[in-house]
Design a protein around this ligand. Structure first.
Ligand code: NAD
Length: 354
């Protein structure tokens, strides 16, 4: 039995491009392995008692690539850690609460996931969260620069289009910035695009891939359905427009359905776990691990941009180009640039003036 499980882990470690985003590899990730073959890896979740943080803590506890799981929040983490810590999987779990325990939570981390901050309420844009979340991200990144400057940082806190540039500026000021190690988590846009495309094209969702590029807010989210696989010949231009809009507004769909009780948490935790798993696989030397992410980039004139990224032992190994775009996507790309540029500049300005 143990041998079979180990073979499954090894098979999952050998998987090819985009392997980490397929539901089947996620099933592998959730089994109860004794993964002697995987190196020790510490993952810290900052904001671990929140709506995203709790299910994300659960999913990271199920990941056999994690040996230590540090759960940090300003309140509530002892309970979450005690609860999650009873699950009989590989990782040791520890809860840390309040700023004086942040150093301990971060020290030795290989990957730091940040879902700390306030979520949207109906009628709010991601940018409306800027003032509160920018301050939280700034203080957490200052601590990361001090206590685990080599960790891969997975930024979930919104507005990602601004919080990633804020983090970059904070790390630059501290002299620790490595553009290969900072990621805006846009995986939920990919997850949504795959689900909506599979539904409309009537194809099994497990085999679907859709790159999503640009940024992570409204029209800056640009799904490239012309590159979706498997190819669907049954979709009209109107269908593609509707799918694009639904992907761009996916977050708002959830915010409205939750009617004041927050934004996407469960699907976000899933997406965050998929992306962190890809980072861990990259660190462990698994070849051809590819996910979309909002990173420092030169594939357009904008300093940060989301596109397909190959993950390796040092974080970003290669930023892949946009590939061939349809006319509709070319238009979308041009229209998103001013908004994305402004959000990036807002983040940079905030980090340098406050
Ligand atoms: P939530 O309010 O349920 O949880 C946030 C948690 O952060 C709380 O437990 C809070 O105590 C904690 N927190 C606040 N300040 C902190 C600090 N200084 N240090 C550590 N923890 C701190 O919110 P949520 O629904 O979990 O959403 C969290 C963030 O994720 C929001 O910014 C939201 O907009 C964002 N989000 C991003 C995506 C994405 O696709 N990237 C999707 C959904 C939500």
């Amino acid at each position: 039995m143990k041998g079979t499980m180990l073979r499954s882990v090894q098979a999952s470690l050998r998987r090819g491009p985009n392997a980490s985003s397929s539901p089947s590899s996620f099933r592998l990730l959730c089994r109860d392995y004794s993964s002697e073959s995987a190196p020790n890896r510490k993952v810290a979740v900052l904001g671990a008692a929140g709506g995203i943080g709790q299910p994300l803590a659960l999913l990271m506890k199920l990941n056999p690539l994690v040996s230590n799981l540090a759960l940090y929040d300003i309140a509530g983490t002892p309970g979450v850690a005690a609860d999650v810590g009873h699950i009989n999987t590989r990782s040791q779990v520890a809860g840390y609460m309040g700023e004086d325990q942040l150093a301990q939570a971060l020290e030795g981390s290989d990957v730091v996931i940040i879902p700390a901050g306030v979520p949207r309420k109906p009628g709010m844009t991601r940018d409306d969260l800027f003032n509160i979340n920018a301050g939280i991200v700034k203080s957490l990144c200052t601590a990361i620069a001090k206590y685990c400057p080599n960790a891969l940082v997975n930024m979930i806190s919104n507005p990602v289009n601004s919080t990633v540039p804020i983090a970059a500026e904070i790390f630059k000021k501290a002299g620790t910035y490595d553009e290969k190690k900072l990621f805006g988590v846009t995986t939920l846009d990919v997850v949504r695009a795959k689900t909506f495309y599979a539904g409309k094209a009537n194809v099994p969702v497990a085999g679907v891939n859709v790159p999503v590029v640009g940024g992570h807010a409204g029209i800056t989210i640009l799904p490239l359905f012309s590159q979706a696989t498997p190819e669907a010949n049954n979709l009209s231009d109107e269908d593609i427009k509707a799918l694009t809009k639904r992907t761009q507004d996916g977050g708002t769909e959830v915010v409205e359905a939750k009617a004041g009780k927050g934004s996407a948490t469960l699907s976000m935790a899933y997406a965050g776990a998929i992306f962190a798993d890809a980072c861990l696989k990259g660190l462990n030397g698994v070849p051809d691990v590819v996910e979309c992410s909002f990173v420092q980039s030169s594939i357009t004139e904008l300093p940060f941009f989301a596109s397909k990224v190959k993950l390796g032992k040092n974080g970003v190994e290669e930023i892949m180009g946009l590939g061939l775009l349809s006319d509709y996507e070319k238009q979308g790309l041009e229209s998103l640039k001013p908004e994305l540029k402004a959000s990036i500049e807002k983040g940079i300005k905030y980090a340098n003036q406050s």
